[in-house]
Structure formats: C-alpha cells, structure tokens
Write a new protein. Structure first.
Length: 171
C-alpha cells in the first residue's frame, strides 16, 4: 500500500472507532482522562470543566492531544491518534452545532433544558480534530493508577449485617 492509502485507512479507522466508542481517553499536559464524546463534522467533541460535568485534561486552544479509542464490545485499544485542540467560543456557529449533538448524548443532566445555557456560561466545549492515526500496538502496558478522588463506595459494615447473614445461612 502507498502512504496515501495508509493515511485514508487510518482516517477511516479513527472515524469509525471513535463514532462507535462511548469513551475516549484524552491526554495532554495533565493526566489522561476518560471522556464521553460525540463525533460530528469530522472531529470528536467533548464538554466539561463546569459544575456537574466531566473534568477535561489541561488542554488549551491550539494544543495537541493524544487520543486513545477503545473497542465498544471488548474494551481493548483499537487506535490512537493525535488531535488538534480547538476550544469553541460559546454561542458561535461551530459551538451551536457541537452542542446540538452533545446535548442528545448527555445522560442524566441535572438541569434538563437549561443545560445548554450552563454550558455556555460555565463549561468548555472542545473540538478534537484528528491529525494522524497510530494502529501499531505499544511495547508495554498503558495501564495507569487511578486519579485521586474524594468519591468512595466503601462505608463501614453495619453492625447488624453479620448477624443477618448468619441467620440467612441457618435457614
């Protein structure tokens, strides 16, 4: 295959894999983050950094980001690509088009129809435009320790729980 054909296949793989995946991992100067997104107009769009929204990596307009896309059914890495980052100005034509797609994918929004206004005032919408695709697998693991968070699912075991479980086994 020629370099032009490889580039076309890479671009098609990026688009199809990113469209089908519910999450992409985006890294910049800060930690890599798993983000929900939408694919529209040849790029991935993400919203965040506001109250009740996902935290975005430390990306600025004009920066580059590394994006890794997982397989929706198996969860493994399909493709990685470098993205040009564009921060969309609130209420611009490009912002309106991206937000129209994003609001349809936003699950469990706390404020329903007011969500778009909140995004315009308090959040950032980023456009991640693919520049190149890498389909070769890395030599080592890409596993990373989870980011610190105040969220927890562990609480002390209720005092009556061992008694209740013991009674259930005796029946």
């Amino acid at each position: 295959m020629t370099a032009a054909t490889d580039a076309l296949y890479g671009r098609a793989l990026v688009e199809e894999a990113t469209k089908k995946s519910g999450l992409i991992w985006v890294g910049g100067p800060g930690p890599v983050r798993a983000l929900w997104h939408v694919w529209a107009d040849g790029a991935a769009h993400v919203v965040g950094d506001g109250p009740g929204e996902q935290p975005l990596p430390d990306l600025v307009d004009g920066a580059r980001a590394d994006v890794t896309v997982r397989s929706k059914d198996k969860g493994g890495r399909v493709v990685s690509w470098t993205a040009a980052v564009t921060e969309l100005a609130p209420r611009s034509e490009a912002w309106e088009a991206a937000v129209a797609e994003l609001k349809g994918k936003r699950l469990n929004a706390p404020d329903g129809e007011l969500m778009v206004e909140r995004w315009a005032e308090q959040c950032r919408v980023l456009r991640l435009t693919p520049e190149d695709a890498r389909t070769d697998l890395p030599d080592g693991s890409l596993a990373a320790a989870p980011l610190p968070t105040p969220a927890t699912t562990r609480e002390p075991v209720p005092a009556a729980l061992p008694r209740l479980l013991f009674k259930r086994k005796q029946r």
